[in-house]
Write a new protein. Structure first.
Length: 644
C-alpha cells in the first residue's frame, strides 16, 4: 500500500497541469541542433539552477532532466522530459514538484528513468523524510504530487536511485548513523523488507551507492567513517549484496582499507557488465598528493584486486594532484576507463587532462601513467565526464574549460578516444562565453547519442542541452541510426544454448549468427539453438534489422557450451567409473576402445586418450575440484566428480 494516496485536489491540479502543458508545449525550442554556439533550450526560469541530473530511457530514447532552484516551497526540484529528437515535452519551465516543503539548501536529490516508462525523483524534504515521486511520460503524477514516504528513517540525506529491469527501482538514503534501502515495484509497492546497514563499532555508514545485477539484486558500496581530526575522517570502503526481498546475499567485503581522508571526499561506483562492479576515489592518504585509486569486485562480491589499498591509475610523481576522476566501463572488454584532471601541487594553476584503463584483474594496458589528452597549461579544466562508445573499445571525454581568469568565460568540449587511448576526434559542444552550471552526470550513449544539460545565462537564465554522437557530431544524425541490441547473454543448457538480449528501440527484427553464420531472423529477444552437440562451445552475435532492411553492427560475441542430459549411472551399462567422487585417480572400464576425451564443466577438453583395452586409469591429482565428463564418439557423455 502506498504511504501517501492521491487526493481529489491533487488530481484536479494534475489535470490543470496537463492542460497547461498542452497549451505551452510549442513555446520551447524544438530539436537538437548542430551548432555549439546555439544548442537547444530545455527550460527557461530562474538564475539559480543547481544539482542538474539526467537519465535516459534506453528503449524510448526519452531523456529526463532534473534540477533544483528556489521556489515558494524552498530549494525544490523540477523536471523536463526531452524526446529522442530533442523536443522538450513538459512545457517552457518543466514540471515543478510542489507537494513538499524544502530547506533553503539541498539535502540531496536523485532521479532515474524507469525501464517501463516515466521517471522517479527522490529527495529529502524539510522534515527529513525520504520521499519518492513518480511522473509518467504524459506529465501526470500516478502516486500524487506528494509521492510516497519510501524509507522509514529520520534526518536523512544523500538519496540514491537505481532502476531495475522490471520497471521497479531501488531507493537508498543515509543519515548521521546508518544506510537504508528498499526495492519498489513500478506502482510504488515495496517488494521486500527495508534494509539497514550499520556498524557494530559505531562508525558512520555513509556515501552509499548501488550496482544491480540481472536479477535486480543490489550491491551496496559504502564507506565506514570515524572522525579523526579537523574535517578528516578515517574511512574504509566495503561492499555487500542484497536481494529485492531484503536478505543479505554476500558477506561484507573490504575494498579499501582505512585511510585518513577529508570528510566530503567520497567514492563512486559503476557496474562492470559481468555482475560485479568498480569503485574509485581520489585521495591523498598514501602518496601525500591526490591520486586516483580504483577497486573491483566480482559477481560474488569478492575483491579481485586483492590489494585493499586499491590500484592507482594516475601518475605517481609527487608534483601534481589528480582530481575530478570520472569513469566508464567498456561494454566489450569490461575494463574501467578513467578520465581525470592533473593540476600542479604548488600553485594549482597548470591543468592537464589524462585518461587510463584498468582491467578486472588489475592490469593497466595503457601503462601506470596513463595517456595525456591535453598537456598542462593555464586553461582551467573541470566538469570532467567520460562515456564508453556502445560498440567500440573507446570513449568520449567531456570537459569544461576557460581561457581566461573570468568566471563567465566557460566552454564545453569533447575528445573521442580509441581503444588504444588515441585521440580520434575533437568536438565543441558549447562555445558560448557564459557562466555554466554543468550537469552532475551525462546520459551515456543510448540510441546512437549521448545527452547532456547545463545552465547558462546567454538568454537571461535558461537550461540548455546538447546531444553528441559516437563520431563526434552534434544534432540529427547524418544517416538513420540502426542500433544494435544490447546485453547479449548465452547460456549453455541441457543439449541446447539459450540466447537472450535487450531490445533495440529502432529494430523491426533481429538476425542471430553462430560462428559467423546466420541461424534465424526473428522478432523476439530470445533464441534457443537446438542444433548443437553437447560439450562443444558455440559463439553468437545478434544484429538489429531496421527500416529499409538496414542492419546494425553486431553485438559483442557471447559463447556457451551445451551440457549433456542428466543420465543416471545405470542407463549406460557399457561404462563404469570408480571411485566417484574421485580423489587422486579414477578408473573407467567397459567398451572404451578407441579415442576417449575428458571435458570439464565448461566444455574445455582436459585430456584425450587412445584406448586399446577395456580399462583406463586417469591420474586426477592435478584436476581442479568439480564435475568432469567422459566422452566417446557416438556415446553420451558420462560424468564423474573430483574432490581433493
Amino acid at each position: 500500500m502506498k504511504s501517501i494516496c492521491q487526493t481529489d485536489n491533487t488530481m484536479k491540479k494534475s489535470l490543470i497541469l496537463l492542460f497547461l502543458l498542452l497549451l505551452t508545449a510549442g513555446i520551447v525550442k524544438a530539436q537538437w541542433v548542430d551548432d555549439p554556439a546555439q544548442n537547444t533550450v530545455l527550460a527557461q526560469g530562474s538564475n539559480d539552477y543547481g544539482e542538474i541530473y539526467i537519465s535516459t530511457n534506453e528503449t524510448t530514447g526519452n531523456s529526463f532532466i532534473q534540477w533544483n532552484n528556489m521556489k515558494s516551497n524552498g530549494w525544490s526540484p523540477s523536471l523536463q522530459m526531452v524526446d529522442i529528437e530533442g523536443n522538450p515535452q513538459w512545457g517552457d519551465n518543466g514540471i515543478a514538484i510542489m507537494g513538499h516543503t524544502f530547506n533553503t539548501y539541498s539535502n540531496g536529490i536523485a532521479m532515474t528513468a524507469l525501464t517501463g516508462g516515466g521517471v522517479v525523483s527522490a529527495f529529502v524534504n524539510a522534515a527529513g523524510q525520504c520521499i519518492a515521486v513518480k511522473i509518467d511520460d504524459d506529465g501526470t503524477f500516478p502516486w500524487g504530487e506528494a509521492g510516497i514516504v519510501a524509507l522509514e528513517a529520520s534526518d536523512c540525506t544523500r538519496t540514491e536511485l537505481a532502476a531495475g529491469n522490471d520497471g521497479g527501482f531501488w531507493i537508498l538514503v543515509f543519515n548521521s548513523n546508518d544506510t537504508f534501502l528498499r526495492y519498489y515495484d513500478a506502482d510504488g509497492t515495496p517488494v521486500g523488507s527495508q534494509i539497514t546497514i550499520s556498524d557494530d563499532n559505531g562508525a558512520f555508514v555513509a556515501f552509499s551507492q548501488m550496482v544491480l545485477d540481472d536479477d535486480n539484486n543490489v550491491f551496496v558500496v559504502y564507506e565506514k567513517e570515524v572522525w579523526a581530526v579537523s574535517y578528516y575522517y578515517n574511512k574504509s570502503i566495503y561492499v555487500a549484496k542484497y536481494s529485492t526481498a531484503g536478505t543479505q546475499l554476500t558477506s561484507e567485503t573490504l575494498l579499501m582499507s582505512e585511510q585518513m581522508i577529508g570528510g566530503q571526499i567520497s567514492h563512486d561506483v559503476l557496474p562492470d557488465g559481468l555482475g560485479g562492479g568498480y569503485a574509485y576515489i581520489c585521495h591523498p592518504a598514501q602518496a601525500q598528493c591526490f591520486e586516483v585509486y580504483t577497486f573491483h569486485f566480482d559477481a560474488n562480491g569478492n575483491n579481485t584486486f586483492s590489494n585493499d589499498n586499491g590500484i592507482i591509475v594516475s601518475p605517481q610523481d609527487g608534483m601534481n594532484f589528480y582530481l575530478e576522476a570520472n569513469g566508464t566501463v567498456d561494454p566489450i572488454s569490461h575494463d574501467l576507463i578513467m578520465a581525470f584532471r592533473q593540476t600542479d601541487a604548488m600553485t594549482q594553476t597548470q591543468d592537464a587532462l589524462l585518461v587510463n584503463r584498468v582491467t578486472t584483474t588489475g592490469d593497466m594496458p595503457w601503462g601506470s601513467a596513463g595517456i595525456t589528452l591535453i598537456t598542462a597549461s593555464s586553461k582551467n579544466i573541470s566538469g570532467i565526464f567520460i562515456e564508453a562508445f556502445p560498440n567500440d573499445n573507446g570513449a568520449a571525454v567531456i570537459y569544461k574549460t576557460n581561457t581566461s581568469t573570468s568566471p563567465y568565460n566557460y566552454f564545453i568540449h569533447s575528445i573521442g578516444i580509441g581503444g588504444d587511448g588515441s585521440n580520434i576526434w575533437n568536438a565543441s559542444i558549447c562555445t558560448v562565453t557564459s557562466m555554466i552550471a554543468e550537469c552532475e552526470n551525462t546520459s551515456g550513449f543510448h540510441n546512437g547519442q549521448l545527452v547532456m544539460a547545463w545552465e547558462d545565462r546567454r538568454d537571461n537564465t535558461a537550461l540548455y542541452g546538447q546531444n553528441l554522437h559516437p563520431d563526434g557530431t552534434l544534432g540529427a544524425p547524418s544517416v538513420v541510426t540502426c542500433n544494435a541490441p544490447t546485453n547479449p547473454v548465452a547460456s549453455g543448457e541441457v543439449e541446447n544454448v539459450m540466447l537472450t538480449w535487450d531490445a533495440s528501440p529502432t529494430a523491426l527484427s533481429y538476425n542471430v549468427y553462430r560462428d559467423g553464420e546466420m541461424l534465424a531472423s526473428i522478432t523476439e529477444t530470445s533464441y534457443t539453438d537446438n542444433d548443437v552437440e553437447e560439450l562443444t562451445q558455440y559463439c553468437y552475435t545478434v544484429t538489429s534489422v531496421c527500416d529499409d532492411n538496414m542492419e546494425s553492427e553486431p553485438t559483442i560475441e557471447v559463447c556457451a557450451t551445451p551440457q549433456p542430459s542428466g543420465v543416471s549411472e545405470n542407463t549406460m551399462n557399457d561404462l563404469s567409473i570408480y571411485p566417484n567422487p574421485a580423489n587422486e585417480s579414477v578408473t573407467i572400464s567397459g567398451e572404451i576402445f578407441g579415442t576417449v576425451s575428458i571435458f570439464n564443466a565448461v566444455g574445455q577438453k582436459v585430456e584425450e586418450f587412445n584406448i586399446e583395452d577395456n580399462t583406463l586409469k586417469i591420474n586426477t591429482s592435478s584436476y581442479e575440484n568439480g564435475v568432469y565428463f567422459v566422452k566417446k564418439e557416438g556415446k553420451r557423455a558420462k560424468r564423474f566428480v573430483v574432490t581433493h
